[in-house]
Ligand binder design. Sequence first.
Ligand code: GLN
Length: 242
Amino acid sequence: MGADLVIVHLYPDLLRTYGDRGNVLALQRRAEWRGFRVDVVAVSRGERVPRGAGVVLLGGGTDRVQEALGPDLRDRGPELAEAVGEGTVVLGVCGGYQFLGNLYVSADGVSTEGLGLIEAETRAGKGRLVGRVGATAELWGNRFDLVGFENHGGRTTLGPGARPLARVRMGGGNNGLDGSEGAVRGSVVGTYLHGPVFPLNPQFADGILKRALSPVTGGDDLQSLDDGPEERAHEHARTLHR
Ligand code: GLN
């Protein structure tokens, strides 16, 4: 029997700073706890993203790794655009988020063409934005509190076709200037929050899962889980300062 949900972890061998694999595990477990069958597929350079994936996750990476991925990304754009057209949810974190946009210019001045899934550009700025982030997110009609950790030199500017995922009350977010954090365009979502982000933010995880599972659930709400430990971890993170 096929899986209800295929989670594609894109470049798990390269984009993996700050425990981004924890995002894959959190989505997998939260779907399995509700009785869904989940397959996790690792896709790296030169490999294809399987058709029918519910969600594709890209983690963070150093500038050096991002430069090395440049050639592979050029072929990846059309494949992912097609998946998004078929309803696949794509989530990029930090370096992976920068890649969802049109362009990334590193601190060394090297330009890497992005996947073009979100109208955004990122250029390295002076110094890095490092520390805890607290924000209020709005994703597909749901508002929730978002906490995590950021560490990036890139400053992201959104174009009119993308809207921020969240507004920060603490931390730098997209560029340290306009209070925006992350981006959303249709089923494509980007965030600077590492941590990994999903274990601390079950509402964010479930928003992504609900949409990724909609081909099997018809878009129904997901059964609620006992999120006591996750909520305590979230509340604790809220009390910490940069
Ligand atoms: N290299 C990117 C930057 O510093 C992304 C870093 C990351 O993924 N943590 O902006």
